[in-house]
Design a protein around this ligand. Sequence first.
Ligand SMILES: [Zn+2]
Length: 250
Amino acid sequence: MALAHAGPVGRVRDDPGEIVGSAPVVDAGDRAQETRRILDASRSIIEDDHFAYVSGDHGAGWIAKDLIFPATANGDALGRMLAAAVGEYDAEIVCGPSTGGLIVSQWVAHHLGIPSVFAEHDPAWIRPADAHAGHEMQGPFVLRRGYDEMVQGRRVLVVDDVVNTGHSVRQTAEAARAAGSDVVACAAFVDRGNVDAAGIGVPIYGFLLQERIPAWPAADCRLCRDGVPMSTRYAHGKEWVAAHGGPSHS
Ligand SMILES: [Zn+2]
């Protein structure tokens, strides 16, 4: 196929306010409902398994966010909804922590008609020799590749796919501010209900869907007590099983 010599590919989009195959999304309730529908369709919300979280707690739920984006229509639809929700903040550039936030940033910026950049773990960071279990395994999010210059003096919207503790978006906002930008808001596709705008360190924090996932101390875990196999595919199940044993599944 000789794309360089081909004519226009595909149809021209003339319906930016509408998601193909569904009703127009007009308010926050509709956005939440549509987001839930997309996550369910991609099977990314798991509610009846056994997980060990980074925090050390256990629970039955997980958002397998890597299943959301292989179907690019999902990123397109979610990005369109989030762009519509944050339009009033007049962001001039979007920035997300890689890798999930990078994809979100691309789609949201595409629908806002503004540039997209991303933050990444500092490759120069060296893990402290005295780092203990639970210590961070990767360096803080930084702006490289000239993206620090691109955000300088601009109104930045920080985005991510799923916000849990807010750690990644907080570091991304800090990196953007350190580069001389004004972080006007943070926005996510899904909020886990564990952090607010103050906790992230931004003036405004919004999301399309809130999905709270109950967790409890491992010592009180009824799933452990009942011998329910631990998922080693997601979260910290692999590390948990290596350290504590017990039945597992991948
Ligand atoms: Zn457990």
